[in-house]
Ligand binder design. Structure first.
Ligand SMILES: O=C(O)c1cc(=O)[nH]c(=O)n1[C@@H]1O[C@H](COP(=O)(O)O)[C@@H](O)[C@H]1O
Length: 228
């Protein structure tokens, strides 16, 4: 199968809803299963809902290197294409995740989450972190690249800067996607599918604009068409 350009964030604890979403996008989008679904249904639920679809396991590990490496090994039997760690866990932690993930059979791609798309500069300064967010994203992206990750998660607004920082080989995965006119919700650094792709996104992650649509399949197809 061609690696999907679109992953749908199946953020629900309702297994029947997750199964309906998986069926609606089967064949042209992957499934991102994160803490809400995983906490309710665990590895067995991930395997059952995913079936033969590509899985992006988004548990955003953030701990000491030894613990993160163990969590990555424990995730391997779910056979995700991708898993996430927080870049702010540091270079050693990311390197430990990469080493464990690449030893899996098949190997798993590690994505480092830079600055959450729900944070703006005001939030970052209240956390005592450097602003503007663009600078913090660039710094974390460089650190993650040094640690050997396979890709980065950043907002659509930082894609060009991150690409210039890390070069062509890393996969840039972009949430904070909102079709024109849709509700931003808690996303503070967002853009449309077309703008994210024009800026150089490799993979788009979309949740509520699809999962809360009256017809999730049609909503996902429209986003896939806009992304080209
Ligand atoms: O790692 C992620 O996927 C992620 C990183 C980030 O900075 N922002 C972000 O929104 N996400 C995830 O992307 C999805 C976005 O969902 P919607 O806002 O509903 O489209 C959620 O599952 C988030 O957990």
């Amino acid at each position: 199968m061609i690696p999907p350009r679109l992953y749908i964030a199946v953020d629900t604890a309702d297994r029947a809803h997750a199964e309906r979403l998986a069926a609606a996008v089967h064949g042209y989008a992957g499934l991102k299963l994160g803490s809400e679904f995983f906490t309710a249904h665990g590895p067995e639920g991930v395997r059952a809902v995913a079936g033969d679809a590509p899985v992006f396991l988004d548990l955003k590990f953030h701990d000491i290197p030894n613990t993160v490496a163990g969590a990555v090994r424990a995730a391997a039997p779910m056979q995700p294409c991708w898993l996430t760690v927080h870049a702010s866990g540091g270079r050693e932690m990311m390197a430990a995740a990469v080493q464990a993930a690449h030893r899996g059979e098949p190997p798993v791609g590690v994505l480092a989450v830079t600055v959450l798309t729900s944070l703006d500069d005001g939030d970052l300064s209240r956390l005592g972190q450097a602003t503007p967010s663009l600078d913090q994203v660039r710094r974390l992206a460089a650190l993650a690249a040094e640690a050997g990750v396979d890709g980065l998660v950043c907002s659509p607004r930082e894609i060009e800067v991150v690409r210039a920082e890390v070069g062509p080989d890393l996969t840039l995965v972009v949430p904070g996607i909102r079709p024109a006119g849709s509700d931003a919700g808690d996303q503070k650094r967002a853009a449309t599918p077309a703008d994210a792709v024009a800026a150089g996104a490799d993979i788009l992650v979309v949740g509520r604009p699809v999962t809360r649509a009256a017809d999730p399949g049609a909503a996902a197809r429209a986003i896939a068409a806009e992304a080209g």
